[in-house]
Design a protein around this ligand. Structure first.
Ligand SMILES: [Zn+2]
Ligand SMILES: [Zn+2]
Length: 141
């Protein structure tokens, strides 16, 4: 995935640009990501926080992670598209929803996480490593 990567929400009011390659890429099957996305899992990339620039009005909704830390989930104030997140306990990286890329086909997930929460109708790539919960702490730079 060669930067810059660009993407945005369904209505086009929120746009972002990523100026560095993702640190990691994965699918999260936790209940909170299921509800946030309205489907089986959140496909996302860890992006260096200072490489993510955002334009347009978005809102954040605070959710409590299993770790006890707060995850601020960012979505378009107009169309509601789930776009990116921000964490209370590590500021170096931010998750960005892969399906919001202008070219989502460039996304290459490396693992499945929180598979213990996955729904019976959730189909996963058997070749990817599976983690019941969080594999490790999120990547640091
Ligand atoms: Zn929108
Ligand atoms: Zn999740």
């Amino acid at each position: 995935m060669k930067p810059p990567l660009t993407g945005g929400c369904l209505c086009g009011k929120v746009r972002y640009e990523i100026s560095a390659p993702p640190v990691d890429s994965m699918n999260c099957h936790c209940r909170t990501c299921q509800q946030w996305t309205g489907t089986a899992y959140l496909a996302f990339m860890w992006i260096p926080a200072d490489a993510l620039s955002i334009t347009g009005e978005y809102k954040e909704f605070a959710t409590l992670a299993a770790s006890g830390n707060t995850v601020y989930r960012g979505f378009c104030a107009e169309c509601g598209t789930a776009l990116f997140g921000r964490y209370s306990h590590f500021a170096a990286v931010r998750p960005v929803a892969a399906a919001t890329l202008d070219d989502p086909s460039m996304f290459k997930p490396q693992k499945d996480i929180w598979v213990a929460d996955a729904q019976p109708w959730d189909m996963m790539n058997p070749d990817l490593p599976k983690y019941a919960g969080n594999p490790t702490r999120p990547p640091t730079l």
